[in-house]
Design a protein around this ligand. Sequence first.
Ligand code: ADP
Ligand code: TRP
Length: 341
Amino acid sequence: MNTSSALSAAPSSAVPHRVLSGIRATGRLHLGNYLGALKGMIELERRPEYQTFYMVADVHTVTTPYDVEELRHNRREIIIDYLAAGLDPEQSTLFIQSMVPEHLELAFYLASVSSVARMQHLPTFKDKVKQHPQHVTLALLNYPVLMAADILIYKATQVPVGIDQQPHLEVAREIARKMNQQYGTDFPEPQRFVTPGEYVPSLKGEGKMSKSVEGSYINLTDTLAEIEEKLKRVPSDSGRGERPPETGGAATLLKLVELFQGQEARQAYEAAYTGEGIRYAQLKSDLAEAVYQQVRPIQQRRAQLEAAPASVDQVIEAGAAKARQVASQTLEEVKYKLGLG
Ligand code: ADP
Ligand code: TRP
């Protein structure tokens, strides 16, 4: 593409507000992914002032040990999850990251303004080093830089993700600032789009719900019986005390009640806690029903999509083409500013 026409075709004032988010292709989605990321993605898709880009972060998956065949399968599964959760491919560009190789090229240029020490000190990096001490690679160190490239290549201003991704957003903002100062690019500084479910606690009562911690999560594909079984195993307490619990399994249950049954239901349990006591068996059974009511329509849509693989393929192909149009234009601009074009 001719650089000067690419530049004149998109003066920065004409750039619409864009949204970018992604989920790694590492397995089945859980309630944390749904409440922390997907719900925000759906909300922004429905606001007409935003142009939304949602990807499957399959390249990020190769930064930690993984199974090749599983990745091949999972990258498509996440697109199905997006559609099943209610994202509309007419409204959002749904795509697979590796099909837009411009992200990787931009990540390399962004790495030129990113310090190794800054990446090494990120809590997310330190966690992965602890989890996989034998796999501390350059790709892992570069994880936040690639994520910054994902966001900045669309000049996105809003990024719907859970609170655990906050350190990565700070890196993306720093990189945007440095690029703008050093090379005169016009990257906006992206903000995290916050949802009420930005932190869904673990069913084990410690830490966050995460697919890498067995027993911590409820999947979007779980049946009512599976949800009931998982909630039964959440450690609780005596059900009575001076103040409602703020930690442990009992606190997780109250948070889930708040997210799935509402603030009033939570307040009623809190009042019971300091009064006559909570009956956890009943709480868990009502909560299981409430969770199931939310995931059931997603499961029904998922079944329909699984029966129509060609329509999913079509979404994937069209999404990559649309994403590449925007991504290649930003990349041309950046290369020009860096003296590479
Ligand atoms: P996991 O930690 O289970 O591997 P990912 O890292 O793939 O999940 O996260 C995908 C998206 O879901 C991110 O936006 C992340 O912030 C969000 N997310 C993951 N776990 C939670 C949680 N427990 N609460 C809220 N959001 C979460
Ligand atoms: N790091 C994110 C996670 O673990 C996934 C991700 C990759 C992402 N690139 C992104 C999220 C860009 C938002 C924007 O969930």
